[in-house]
Design a protein around this ligand. Structure first.
Ligand SMILES: C[S@@+](CC[C@H](N)C(=O)[O-])C[C@H]1O[C@@H](n2cnc3c(N)ncnc32)[C@H](O)[C@@H]1O
Length: 277
């Protein structure tokens, strides 16, 4: 079989398995398997593949056919300026979380060495991007999952970026002061889980996806560690932004702002902690 024939057979197979973007996924998996660019898949369209090449690609394609997330199959994923190692130890970093980083960076711009805490760091996506894009930032990254922290550590080492990693339940036992508390906490309700895509429901760590108390608990506790005038930036469920904004205002935060993601969904809520003494 030629590369072109394998590409079209793979596309058909992934479509039958219910993958949303079968052609794109087929291209990315085969390009990865054969160490080619996507463009080279087409310039090498007529190249015959030997059995060894085909069986290596088949193993990856079958994983994707079982609806394992593409980022886990490829083993790495782009997030802002970084390429992060990705596997089943942590959530796949999402495009909307890039907006969280953008808002977080906007709140520490002009501070030479801001102290930042990324709560629920997972792969390290948020914390590592902040260190990368604001080189003076001193970032503490927290997770309840030792597996996620191990992945974040591997990412920090691969990228040569400094991150202090701590295993903790939200901010329990963590002392400030921080200029910024940033988090993408788990916020999918248990009732919603069965209706989610197989990739999320069956493969991503449940503790990274499902949660209900985390957002409010974090907002409550953050008041203890944010320096006056510092900020909290939270990713939230697309249907929860107004509720999260109201909760922050009730807790005494000021200047509450909601930001939409690129799809127009309200996904990021930020506010400042400036208690009047
Ligand atoms: C939605 S994922 C976000 C991962 C990463 N920050 C990102 O945006 O891609 C939530 C993360 O919070 C962690 N987590 C869940 N409950 C936690 C808790 N009580 N304390 C600390 N981390 C928690 C999970 O293990 C998971 O890594």
């Amino acid at each position: 079989m030629t590369l072109g024939e394998v590409l079209s057979a793979t596309t058909g197979y992934l479509a039958r398995k219910g993958v949303d973007t079968p052609r794109l996924d087929a291209e990315l998996i085969l390009a990865h398997a054969f160490s080619l660019s996507r463009l080279q898949l087409y310039t090498d369209f007529d190249r015959p593949l030997n059995e060894k090449e085909r069986s290596e690609a088949r193993a990856l394609v079958e994983r994707r056919g079982r609806r394992e997330p593409l980022a886990y199959v490829l083993g790495e994923w782009g997030f802002r300026r970084l390429t992060l190692k990705t596997d089943a130890r942590a959530l796949v970093p999402r495009p909307e979380t890039e907006i969280v980083v953008e808002r977080a960076l906007a709140r520490i711009v002009g501070i030479a060495a801001p102290a930042v805490v990324d709560v629920g760091t997972g792969s390290g996506a948020i914390g590592l991007s902040i260190v990368d894009e604001h080189p003076g930032a001193r970032v503490t990254a927290i997770d309840l999952s030792a597996d996620a922290l191990a992945l974040a550590r591997e990412n920090a080492e691969r990228l040569g970026l400094e991150l202090e990693l701590i295993e903790a339940d939200l901010l329990v036992g963590i002392d400030g002061p921080f200029d910024l508390v940033v988090s993408n906490p788990p916020y999918v309700t248990a009732a919603e889980l069965p209706g989610l895509q197989a990739e999320v429901r069956d493969w991503e760590p449940r503790g990274a996806v499902v949660g209900d108390r985390e957002t409010e608990q974090l907002a409550r506790d953050a008041r203890r560690v944010i320096r006056p005038g510092g900020w909290i930036v939270l990713e939230c469920h697309e249907g929860h932004a107004a509720g999260v904004a109201a909760m922050l205002a009730d807790l005494g935060y000021l200047e509450v702002v909601i930001t939409r993601d690129l799809a127009g969904r309200e996904r990021v809520v930020e506010a400042t902690w400036a208690p009047t003494l």
